[in-house]
Design a protein around this ligand. Structure first.
Ligand SMILES: *[C@@H]1O[C@H](CO)[C@@H](O)[C@H](O)[C@H]1NC(C)=O
Ligand SMILES: *[C@@H]1O[C@H](CO)[C@@H](O)[C@H](O)[C@H]1NC(C)=O
Ligand SMILES: *[C@@H]1O[C@H](CO)[C@@H](O)[C@H](O)[C@H]1NC(C)=O
Ligand SMILES: *[C@@H]1O[C@H](CO)[C@@H](O)[C@H](O)[C@H]1NC(C)=O
Ligand SMILES: *[C@@H]1O[C@H](CO)[C@@H](O)[C@H](O)[C@H]1NC(C)=O
Length: 394
């Protein structure tokens, strides 16, 4: 939360940068400054509020994923211990949302620990909802005999992807059960998402070269025959992005090796006017201030051919905003306003980045589309107040 003084000063500043298109991500991050916040303001929300401030949930929250179904928005995010779904008619206030425990893993399974980055997707042909998420057989403590085989310390080496299936077509009333582990060739896999193109389904997730390379964490794609079955053999798994740019390294422009260099949190985003298809992903390191969003565009017809992908090497498309004390922004999802006239990005960011992962909170802002390039135009991340989504509360 922000001190009142900063809140007031930045209100006018934010309105002039909101919507500004920038093609270049963070230059060398500005020098580390101590956080100046100490006094907390308590935002007041109600369904007829015309403005809101970030964060939109007043608790630690990371890896948000939002979907709209019927009259409600639903959000799920990393809780570590379970898969949780929140329901609210208000995209910009989750503090009084209804809470549903979707899945609580039993003890002693391959998915008991470190439940990360859940997403929930509806598949019309099955008339069911599928949660796709990351989990681990151990609480990020592989045995020393396993760890010693990795290039670097590898706490997350046993993370794999899993799919839960709903009992029916109602996202909220359904019960959810474990459907399958997704085949990631018995290698590290986190932050997986579904990617759909030309009636085919794919799995895009954060991967390593082998089961023990540890870094870099890259983006891999494989084909799926249904929401719980990967059909590509390992030989056809394709790496579509590596953290090979200075802004994808931690610290910025690290050159000595690939430690902490990450591409993760991929999400499909399709321009509704042009049908251009993008993967928006998170780059650099999630417990760091220079965590940001990168962009890859599908420019060919076959997502399993590297020539079909064009990565924006100019820099992050969404990145820290020290002027408003917003750092380490990433792991976004995308949704429309209630009247479907606007597009919104829901992401996590940090105020006190020195606290790392535990500083992350969930935030939301409107974004637009560039009429020339067809690319998403993300705002600078900020606190607001901003206008609520169009149609909200009406
Ligand atoms: C899910 O796990 C979180 C983290 O341990 C916990 O705070 C929360 O109460 C759990 N949710 C439910 C509904 O049990
Ligand atoms: C965990 O599962 C293994 C294999 O199924 C079994 O041998 C072991 O006793 C189980 N441990 C606990 C604590 O349930
Ligand atoms: C990687 O796979 C090999 C071959 O299956 C296995 O011997 C090794 O223990 C694995 N390494 C890790 C770190 O899991
Ligand atoms: C990255 O570091 C290298 C080696 O120190 C330096 O030559 C290069 O100019 C740096 N690049 C950027 C973009 O800072
Ligand atoms: C986008 O795709 C939809 C569905 O296939 C199609 O109806 C529409 O004409 C396409 N729009 C453009 C601009 O290509």
């Amino acid at each position: 939360m922000h001190s009142l003084s900063i809140f007031t000063v930045l209100t006018s500043f934010s309105s002039c940068v909101l919507g500004q298109w920038s093609t270049w991500g963070p230059p060398n991050p500005s020098p580390v400054q101590p956080s100046s916040s100490s006094i907390s303001s308590t935002p007041v929300y109600s369904s007829d509020a015309t403005t809101y401030t970030n964060p939109v949930l007043e608790e630690v929250g990371a890896d948000p994923w939002v979907v709209r179904s019927g009259d409600y928005y639903y959000i799920t995010y990393t809780t570590q211990d379970n898969v949780t779904l929140l329901r609210s008619s208000i995209l910009t206030d989750w503090n009084s949302a209804e809470v549903k425990l979707v899945f609580s893993p039993p003890e002693n399974t391959s998915y008991t620990y470190s439940n990360w980055a859940p997403e929930v997707h509806y598949f019309e042909q099955y008339q069911k909802w599928y949660f796709i998420y990351t989990a681990d057989v151990d609480p990020d403590h592989p045995s020393p005999q396993q760890d010693m085989l990795c290039d670097y310390t590898c706490p997350a080496v046993n993370h794999r992807m899993f799919a839960l299936e709903s009992s029916g077509s109602d996202i909220w009333e359904s019960e959810y059960s474990m459907k399958a582990e997704l085949n990631t060739y018995d290698q590290f896999a986190i932050d997986g998402t579904y990617f759909q193109h030309a009636d085919k389904l794919y799995h895009i997730y954060s991967c390593w070269y082998t089961n023990q390379t540890s870094w870099p964490a890259m983006l891999c794609i494989s084909e799926m025959s249904n929401p719980w079955t990967v059909s590509s053999p390992l030989s056809e798994r394709l790496i579509i992005s590596k953290p090979d740019q200075p802004w994808e390294k931690t610290p910025y422009n690290r050159t000595i090796n690939d430690r902490l260099s990450s591409n993760e949190g991929p999400e499909q985003l399709t321009n509704p006017y042009t049908n251009q298809t993008f993967v928006i992903y998170s780059a650099a390191r999630s417990d760091n201030r220079n965590y940001c969003l990168g962009l890859i565009e599908l420019v060919g017809d076959n997502p399993l051919d590297i020539n079909s992908w064009d990565k924006n090497e100019a820099g992050c498309v969404f990145y820290e905003n020290p002027d408003e004390e917003v750092y380490g922004v990433g792991h976004a999802s995308f949704v429309q306003s209630p009247d479907e006239s606007e597009w919104w990005i829901v992401y996590h960011g940090m105020e006190d980045y020195l606290e790392g992962w535990s500083a992350r909170t969930i935030r939301a802002q409107q974004f637009t589309w560039d009429e020339t390039t067809g690319w998403p135009v993300f705002p600078r991340p900020g606190i607001g107040p901003y206008d609520v989504p169009s149609g909200q509360g009406s």
